[in-house]
Every structure is written in structure tokens, then in C-alpha cells.
Design a protein around this ligand. Structure first.
Ligand code: HEM
Length: 456
């Protein structure tokens, strides 16, 4: 299936079909009950009902795309935009003028502004900071200590994004405040999305007060960072400089609100996703001690006895495959949505204008039709020539098309480096109270990992 196959029907085109209705509805709630109860299992089973299926969520019809080629066609087609409940609730919290929620010409212009900071040739410039943060992570840990992996993973992810993309010593203390604000926000945001109680979230109970404080602090921090950078008169080659120098369609500097929303829109999803993958990686290293051995062996061969450096990353092929396989089984972004802007079609199915569409990288990346031993953790499946028949778009943890994550190279470098440094320094055992069941929030990650860092 290619982009061409999603062109609108013409007079000669075959009759479009209505997507089948998925089974398992209950009165009134439709499929909503199953979706809310066990979303991963529900989404993974939908492919048995068809490549595109209709779901009833209360009175609303939502379309789910289940075949990998069609998820690619959807992401690449101009007939669909970023819109729908997921994005609207993000906008209301994070601002309306950021790249993650903009569409059309504004989105194109914003991508052009931020893209240079994420280009492959820009990544080595971040090497020293990534290296420093990866080593600082394990230097913080003492042998035998029980680690609260949620805090550690988000801390390193936030610090790397914030320090690389908004350079400056002022970030050292601010990244701690950003970490703490984002931790509170991520927990509360998912709740606000799935249980949209509107005004009830304004009732001044402690949980709402804490959420609102964190949100206000995040916005205040971003204002401080922008003001400090301006006052410093410095223009390092980074994302913040690109935003401060950006021009709109008329050649005028972009507005203050847009600069602010852009910083928030890049920091927030970036930290949540990368932090979730770091957690999943630590879970994988705990469950598969043989992988710790293999990573150590690779590090020994490539690096020898000196500390792992950023420049080693591109040679750490097995370590990178551990990262990729972790993202296959535990994709941080487990569900994505789009909205049709016109009457259109997908795979020969009719999709009406205004329809909300969902698809799940989790379901696609665990589909037994695409992957042998689909639930087995096997980084070697990514060795060259090992999975030549993998269907197109069967592995898209960073998305596809014009909304593809700009940070794919940045994140792969960061995650491979962290994995090599961490596996080289410690082994991990679950500590009492650890709960590695999957937590489904805005991202997917282990619920509460408490790990003992053991030597050897
Ligand atoms: C978009 C995944 C890290 C910034 C996306 C999308 C995915 C994704 C799947 C596409 C959403 C869609 O198609 O609707 C990930 C994963 C990451 C990661 C798995 C880490 C392992 C980061 C980081 C940053 C970042 C570190 C920045 C610091 C963004 C932005 C967008 C985006 C700004 C919106 C792009 C647009 O709409 O044009 N990410 N991401 N991501 N990501 Fe990432």
C-alpha cells in the first residue's frame, strides 16, 4: 500500500466499502468499556476483525487502522490532520502554538525552524552533554542501593533534552525544576484526558492544586529560560536560538507566545517518551541478564577499559538493537490519532470527513502476522538480513511522515549511550514493592520499578 492508494475515489474507482464493526460491543458504552478496561489487548485483537474497523465509543464512531501498510498510508496522506480529543486536551494544557499540535502551513514553518537542531549532523554536538549525563546517572547510584527507576529515568531524559536544546549553565538547576514539574504534569494529564471532568479539575483539592502548581511552574520556567537567554546576549547554535531567530510567513519575528509554546511542546513530549523508554530498558536489562553480558562484551570489544564515549555509539550495534527491540515491544507512544479533513478512503474503505481515527504502534509491532515469535525479546532480529520480509511500517516507534518525531536520531544516540553505560556499570534485581506491570498513560512504561543495583 502506498500514498497513491489513499487518493479520493474517482468515477472509475471501485465502490468503497464500509469498514466492518468490531465485535464485543456492550449496550450504551459500545467498545468503550473494553478499550478502557484493557486497551492494549483490545487494540491488539482488532486486526482479527479487519484492516480498518469501526468502533463505537458511546454515541461516537471511531475508526481503527490495524494493518501496518495502512497506518503508513494514513500518516502519509494529506487527508488527515492532528486533531481529536487527545490533541485538544494536550493543547488546553500546553498551549496552542506548538509544533506538536499545529497543522498546515504553521506546522510546516515550525518544522523547518526546529529541524536543524535535530539533524543527523547536529547530534555529535550534543555528545559531551549526553556523555556527561549518562555517566552522572550511574555515578549517583551506589552498589546495593534500591533505585526508584521512574525518578532516575525521567531525570536523565529531561536533563539531556533541556541541556542539549537550550544550552547554558542556567539549565543545571532549572532542569531539576523542570523534571519535578513534568513528573506531576504527566500523571495528571493522562487522567484529564481519559476522565474529562472539566470544571471538577478546578476544585481546589490537593491533587488539583499540585497539578496546577506544576503547570504554572513549567510555564514560569520556560519564561525564565527565554528571558535569561535574551539577557545573556549569547546565541549558541541550539534550538532556543533557532526559535528566538525564527521568522513567520511575513518575515517578522515569531510572537512570544509561539516561542513559549514551542519550548513546552518540544520539552514535554520529548521527556515523557524518552524517560519511558529508559524505564523499559532498565526493565529489559533486569529481565534479561544475558543481554547485560552481551552489551558488556560489545563495550569491551569496541571501547576497551576506558569510559564509553559518545563517539562509540555508532559502533555499538548490539546495544542499539537492544534499544530498538525494547521500543518494538514497549513503544512509548502506544496510540496515535488523526482526523479526516475530507471524505476519503483508506485501503478501499470509506472514511467520512471529520472521522477520528486511531492506530496503535503497540498492536502493529507485536502483530504475529509481521513478527515470528512476536512476544519474544530478541534484539538479533534486527541484525542485517534477518527480517527481510518485515512489512512496511511494521516498526515505527518514532512515527511516519510529516509528523514523524524530529528527535529519532537524537533519541537513538541518547538511549544507546545510556544503555551501554548503565549495563556496563551494574546488574539489576527487582526490589520489594517493584511492580513491572505495564502502566498505560500518555505513554507506555513499567508501572513502578524499584531495582537494586548490584555490582558484578
Ligand atoms: C513526535 C516518539 C523523543 C519531540 C513524535 C511522534 C512519535 C514520537 C511516535 C509522532 C506522533 C504522531 O505521529 O502523531 C518518540 C519516542 C521518543 C521521542 C519513542 C524517545 C524514545 C523525543 C524527544 C523530543 C521529541 C527527545 C525532543 C526533545 C517530538 C516532537 C514531536 C514528536 C516535537 C511532534 C512532531 C510534529 O508533530 O511535527 N515523537 N519521541 N521526541 N516528538 Fe518524539
Amino acid at each position: 500500500m502506498t500514498v497513491e492508494s489513499v487518493k479520493p475515489a474517482t468515477a472509475e474507482a471501485p465502490e468503497l466499502r464500509e469498514p466492518p464493526l468490531a465485535g464485543g460491543r456492550v449496550p450504551l458504552l459500545g467498545h468503550g468499556w473494553k478499550l478502557a478496561r484493557d486497551p492494549l489487548a483490545f487494540l491488539a485483537r482488532l486486526r482479527d476483525h479487519g484492516d480498518v474497523v469501526r468502533l463505537r465509543l458511546g454515541p461516537k464512531t471511531v475508526y481503527a487502522v490495524t494493518a501496518p501498510d495502512l497506518t503508513g498510508a494514513l500518516a502519509l496522506s494529506p487527508d488527515y490532520i492532528i486533531s481529536g480529543p487527545l490533541w485538544e486536551s494536550l493543547e488546553s494544557l500546553l498551549g496552542k502554538e506548538g509544533v506538536a499540535t499545529a497543522n498546515g502551513p504553521l506546522h510546516r514553518r515550525q518544522r523547518r525552524t526546529i529541524q536543524p537542531a535535530f539533524r543527523l549532523d547536529a547530534i555529535p554536538g550534543y555528545g559531551p552533554i549526553m556523555e556527561e549525563e549518562a555517566h552522572a546517572l550511574v555515578e549517583r547510584w551506589t552498589r546495593g542501593e534500591v533505585l526508584d527507576v521512574t525518578a532516575e529515568a525521567f531525570r536523565v531524559a529531561v536533563r539531556i533534552s533541556a541541556r542539549c536544546l537550550m544550552r547554558g549553565s542556567y539549565m543545571d538547576t532549572r532542569s531539576e525544576r523542570i523534571t519535578s514539574a513534568l513528573a506531576t504534569l504527566f500523571a495528571g494529564m493522562y487522567q484529564r484526558m481519559v476522565v474529562p471532568l472539566g470544571p471538577l479539575y478546578r476544585v481546589p483539592i490537593p491533587a488539583n492544586r499540585e497539578f496546577n502548581r506544576a503547570l504554572a511552574d513549567l510555564h514560569r520556567l520556560v519564561d525564565e529560560i527565554v528571558a535569561d537567554r535574551r539577557a545573556s546576549g549569547q546565541k549558541p547554535d541550539d534550538l532556543l536560538t533557532a526559535l528566538l531567530e525564527a521568522k513567520d510567513e511575513n518575515g517578522d519575528p515569531i510572537g512570544e507566545q509561539e516561542i513559549h509554546d514551542q519550548v513546552v511542546a518540544i520539552l514535554t513530549p520529548g521527556s515523557e517518551t524518552a524517560g519511558s523508554v529508559v524505564m523499559s530498558l532498565l526493565h529489559v536489562l533486569t529481565e534479561h541478564p544475558d543481554q547485560v553480558d552481551k552489551i558488556r562484551e560489545e563495550v569491551k570489544n569496541v571501547v576497551g577499559d576506558r569510559p564509553v564515549a559518545f563517539d562509540d555509539v555508532r559502533k555499538l550495534r548490539h546495544t542499539a538493537n537492544v534499544v530498538v527491540e525494547t521500543m518494538r515491544l514497549y513503544p512509548a507512544v502506544w496510540i496515535l490519532t488523526r482526523r479526516a479533513v475530507t471524505d476519503t478512503e483508506l485501503g478501499g474503505y470509506r472514511i467520512p470527513a471529520g472521522a477520528d481515527i486511531v492506530y496503535s504502534p503497540y498492536a502493529v509491532q507485536r502483530d504475529p502476522r509481521s513478527y515470528e515469535r512476536h512476544t519474544e525479546f530478541d534484539p538479533d532480529r534486527w541484525l542485517p538480513g534477518r527480517s527481510p520480509e518485515l512489512p512496511k511500517y511494521a516498526m515505527t516507534p518514532f512515527g511516519v511522515g510529516n509528523r514523524k518525531c524530529p528527535s529519532d536520531h537524537f533519541s537513538m544516540a541518547e538511549l544507546t549511550l545510556i544503555t551501554a553505560v548503565v549495563a556496563n556499570a551494574f546488574r539489576f534485581e527487582p526490589a520489594p514493592g517493584s511492580d513491572n506491570r505495564t502502566r498505560i498513560g500518555i505513554t507506555l512504561r513499567p508501572r513502578r520499578l524499584l531495582l537494586r543495583a548490584v555490582p558484578g
